[in-house]
Design a binder for this molecule. Structure first.
Ligand code: PHE
Length: 348
């Protein structure tokens, strides 16, 4: 067989081999085998020097055309394989964009947080600052600076969890009164602040008691603040949260840190004031404690009680939520039962 016939045979056979290759790696090793330095074409071109001189050009041309042919066969096969791979991948990863999507479960603020948000919006609109304070609090702020010295009998009403003798879980948000009074610079203007947060009491949980619940403290201190300002402010809260037909009534009460002290009632949401079982036939429901900040509280925080004075209040968003939605057991707010909590959609 002449060199040319050998080459022609290689051309025909190996072209078939190329067509049969099914993966790119093998195709590449075949390429090296056929067209590389040790491949048959290179060999044949090397053997050319044994040919008579007049046959060399046509043989050279032929060898080059075989090389080109095999090369383009390899390229064609490579393109085919790549296309196959892509098609397989597309088939495999097919996405039907017309299928309905899976609904994404979207959360919402807890019902008590919704009430707090509403209260915050209202007070921010009136120029109050919103601050949060520590839940693990010093006895000094929770009691002493609120005019409840160590042996004060009113401490009994607010037993709590003690970390040490001097550090406890705060029983009220009122310590934020002392903390802000201490820092406030009255030359820059009045103090107007609300402070929402969690408080703790050593109470046994039952439908109306929880060892952990929420309060929103409020305090306004300036030069000419009166109880009428307090009442007007509380009325706004009632209207905002429940509606315009709700009124506020103040009753004398006692807190060590306010003088005079009041308890505020709101028109019974159930009977609208006529009297029913919910309001024990009074037409009113107690919702918060308030009063004019006691001079001792001001003085202990370094504020001149001869010049400055004002009101403070502490309301319970848990109680508000119970009244607003007719929830009869406070523990529902803390059990994290999603069926209960999702009833209070912000939209609804
Ligand atoms: N801190 C009081 C309580 O927890 C509520 C209150 C706050 C009363 C501010 C008067 C003024 O019962």
């Amino acid at each position: 067989m002449t060199l040319k016939d050998q080459l022609d045979k290689i051309r025909q056979e190996r072209k078939e081999d190329i067509k049969d290759v099914v993966d790119l790696k093998k195709l590449d090793s075949l390429r090296v085998e056929l067209l590389g330095k040790k491949g048959p074409i290179t060999q044949a071109l090397r053997g050319m020097r044994d040919l008579p001189a007049d046959e060399r050009p046509s043989f050279g041309q032929f060898a080059n055309s075989v090389r080109d042919e095999l090369q383009s066969a390899i390229e064609t096969r490579r393109d085919e394989l790549k296309k196959d791979m892509l098609n397989k991948q597309l088939e495999h990863e097919k996405i039907d964009v017309t299928l309905p999507g899976k609904p994404v479960a979207q959360g919402q603020p807890h019902v008590i947080q919704q009430i707090i948000d509403q209260i915050e919006d209202l007070f921010i609109g009136m120029g109050y600052q919103v601050l949060s304070g520590p839940e693990v609090e010093e006895d000094k702020y929770n009691f002493e600076m609120m005019n409840l010295p160590k042996d004060h009998p009113a401490r009994d009403m607010q037993d709590t969890f003690y970390i040490t003798k001097e550090i406890l879980m705060r029983t009220q948000t009122s310590p934020m009164q002392a903390r802000t009074l201490e820092k406030h610079d009255f030359s820059q203007g009045p103090l107007k602040m609300i402070s929402p947060g969690v408080v703790y009491r050593r109470d046994t949980d039952d439908p109306t008691h929880s060892h952990q619940f929420h309060q929103v403290e409020g305090i306004v201190i300036d030069k000419h603040i009166t109880m009428a300002d307090l009442k007007g402010t509380l009325e706004l809260v009632a209207h905002e949260l429940f509606g315009d037909r709700f009124d506020i009534r103040l009753r004398p009460s006692y807190f060590p840190f306010t003088e005079p002290s009041v308890e505020a009632d709101i028109t019974c949401f159930n009977c609208g004031g006529k009297g029913c079982a919910v309001c024990k036939y009074t037409g009113w429901i107690e919702v918060l404690g308030a009063g004019m900040v006691h001079p001792n509280v001001l003085e202990m925080a370094g504020v001149d009680a001869e010049v400055y004075g004002g009101f403070a209040f502490g309301l319970g968003p848990d109680r508000f939520a119970m009244l607003k939605y007719g929830v009869d057991d406070i523990r529902n707010f803390y059990l994290n039962d999603i069926r209960f909590l999702t009833q209070f959609s912000k939209k609804g």
